[in-house]
Design a protein around this ligand. Structure first.
Ligand SMILES: NC(=O)c1ccc[n+]([C@@H]2O[C@H](COP(=O)([O-])OP(=O)(O)OC[C@H]3O[C@@H](n4cnc5c(N)ncnc54)[C@H](OP(=O)(O)O)[C@@H]3O)[C@@H](O)[C@H]2O)c1
Length: 345
């Protein structure tokens, strides 16, 4: 018996802001899984800032591939339940993650290694955490935060840490992890409500709304003696302000540059890069997916902090697969807090 399911397809590359009208929902036949494959009924799918860079005819060199038009959108993390399995180790009813997202049903080859291996079909322990947590703190966001702070940023005793986009999926986790390790943590975000949450609920030492004035001044007020580690989710003017505030031997964990993602042409680099020379700074870009070897360590530590209530897990849930494009548009304009998720079923 064949049946159908919906999938989201991109019909035009957005010029500037993400527009739901650049997508369509298509009803497609769902094929039977073959040997080594499973059929998954998807329940949650991920919405990530990085998807914006793939809504282009050609994405940045070395990054995940651009989405083709009028085709399924592959390599997006998703969680669901196995409906039929022809792959060893997977049975009907298992909750799994994979990377064939933004659709109702996926036929997944168990041996495939999408998203540099991070998106390979994997059974999830739903006794330990709800399924959607594996798209957030226990998924790629958790790994990116964990690897970026501890491995790439080399968090050291006494470091003063600044996290930008601190109310978002990755930033929220980084800020909380640095607090757990006893650091003075500054967070920045784009609304008063988010700033209040960072201070009053997450207990950061200082926080500011980057729209409130010149960034260097706002950062100086939050960290008068400077910073040692900047976790950069934004790039542009934020990176420039960090370079001016970093103390000798400071570090930048370059996670993302969201201020540039909707620009028609990339912005020029910061004009004060010489500060890196002057102060022996290290600026290091990284991909969470290049740190899959840390997944077990991350699950142990972040899983424990979630269970203890030391990490508060924030999510913005958008209902319905058909609203996935709108969810991405909301994330890009700062209208979500914590992990942005679409509940499919
Ligand atoms: N390297 C990796 O492997 C990796 C993996 C995952 C994510 N990332 C990066 O991490 C960053 C956060 O991604 P996410 O998926 O967790 O998204 P997110 O933080 O949940 O959402 C993005 C947030 O960025 C803020 N923002 C948007 N435009 C901005 C601008 N011009 N200036 C300052 N802030 C702006 C908005 O919040 P406000 O209200 O605060 O403006 C928005 O909510 C992105 O740069 C992303 O590319 C990297």
């Amino acid at each position: 018996m064949t049946f159908t399911g919906r999938q989201v397809q991109l019909t035009a590359y957005p010029d500037g802001e993400v527009r739901p009208s650049d997508f369509r929902i298509v009803e497609v036949d769902v094929r039977k899984p073959g040997p080594g494959e499973v059929l998954v009924r998807n329940t949650w799918t991920s919405v990530d800032a990085g998807l914006r860079m793939r809504l282009r005819e050609k994405g940045p060199d070395g990054y995940f591939p651009a989405f083709p038009l009028d085709a399924p959108m592959d390599q997006i993390k998703t969680v669901g339940e196995v409906v039929e399995s022809h792959a060893a180790g997977f049975e009907r009813g298992h909750t799994v993650w994979h990377a064939s997202g933004w659709r109702d049903y996926s036929v997944v080859k168990a041996s495939d290694q999408p998203l540099a291996g991070l998106g390979a079909l994997r059974r999830l322990d739903v006794e330990a955490a709800p399924p959607q947590a594996y798209l957030g703190p226990l998924g790629g966001n958790g790994l990116t935060a964990y690897a970026g702070l501890f491995r790439v940023g080399e968090l050291r005793d006494g470091d003063v840490v600044w996290v930008s986009a601190a109310a978002g999926a990755v930033g929220n986790l980084v800020a909380q992890m640095a607090k757990i390790r006893g650091h003075y943590v500054v967070g920045s975000a784009g609304s008063e409500e988010k700033v209040r949450d960072l201070l009053e609920v997450l207990g950061l030492d200082a926080a500011f709304n980057y729209k409130d004035g010149p960034l260097p001044e706002l950062l100086r007020q939050a960290a008068p003696d400077g910073i040692d580690l900047y976790f950069d989710n934004v790039g542009g003017d934020h990176l420039r302000a960090a370079l001016a505030a970093l103390r000798p031997w400071g570090r930048v964990a370059m996670c993302g540059m969201i201020s540039d993602y909707e620009a028609a042409t990339p912005a020029p680099g910061p004009d004060n890069l010489f500060q890196a020379v002057a102060n022996n700074l290290t600026l290091r870009g990284f991909r969470g997916s290049a740190n899959v070897d840390l997944l077990d360590d991350m699950w142990r530590d972040v899983g424990g902090w979630l269970r203890d209530g030391r990490i508060r897990y924030r999510e913005t849930v958008v209902e319905g697969l058909e609203n996935a494009p709108e969810a991405l548009a909301r994330l890009m304009r700062g209208d979500t807090t914590g992990k942005t998720l679409v509940r499919i079923a």
